[in-house]
Design a protein around this ligand. Structure first.
Ligand code: FES
Length: 85
């Protein structure tokens, strides 16, 4: 499904650029930069943010306490909750 009509990005492409590690995109703009484009109208930001959140939820279930301490996806989740990462 196309989630960003300006840049013709699919939900699959967005998910594919999410990976664990320090260079994982944390915002919709970073996702677009990772995919070689940039935000234009911004209508897709909420949808891309939702895909990021789903990735966080999956990571939270898949991570052990040990790996969660170094996972950038977990750090995004805590930053959005207002907890210092
Ligand atoms: S729909 Fe993504 S920038 Fe316009």
């Amino acid at each position: 499904m196309i989630v960003c009509s300006c840049n013709v990005l699919s939900d699959r492409a967005v998910r594919a650029c999410l990976h664990r590690g320090p260079d994982c995109p944390r915002t919709p703009a970073q996702v677009q930069a990772c995919l070689g484009c940039s935000p234009k109208c911004g209508r897709c930001a909420r949808t891309i943010r939702g895909i990021l959140q789903n990735a966080l939820d999956e990571a939270a279930h898949a991570c052990t306490a040990t790996c969660a301490s170094s996972c950038s996806l977990v750090k995004v989740q805590t930053a959005e909750e207002g907890i210092a990462a």
